[in-house]
Design a protein. Structure first.
Length: 132
């Protein structure tokens, strides 16, 4: 179904844009998810965090170009397969196509971890990682 202004996006919803459209999702605190033309992302959940008291917005499966600008108040988690990146007061950009899916930290700090354990890697503004 098509989204209209002030539509609510529910957990499990995938949103996508066509070739001539840009979509901006805005949280109550003013944080944004911006989908560029021909892009898609799935909203997974909104989870309370025990450490900050701020809710964490969880997304997965971005295709095209998706900007997560969570510099106002929100915590963010983005999953790509077994990898997940968390950020607080961060701006992350996912550029995912069939050739070179990647995530770039535009501003703030991100924390990369893997579902199967291992160390957490700190990502700083300007860092780009592959998502495969």
């Amino acid at each position: 179904k098509a989204l209209e202004e002030l539509s609510l996006v529910q957990p499990g919803d995938s949103v996508k844009t066509g070739p001539q459209s840009v979509l901006t999702l805005v949280t109550p605190s003013g944080d944004k998810v911006i989908l560029q033309p021909t892009s898609e992302v799935t909203f997974v959940s909104l989870e309370p965090t025990s450490t900050t008291g701020v809710s964490r917005y969880c997304f997965r499966d971005a295709h095209g170009e998706v900007n997560f600008d969570f510099r106002k108040a929100g915590d963010l988690e983005f999953r790509a397969g077994p990898r997940k990146v968390r950020g607080s007061r961060a701006h992350l950009r996912v550029a995912r196509d069939r050739r070179a899916p990647s995530l770039t930290v535009v501003a703030g700090t991100g924390y990369l971890s893997h579902d199967k354990g291992g160390e957490t890697i700190i990502l700083r503004a300007g860092d780009t990682i592959g998502l495969e």
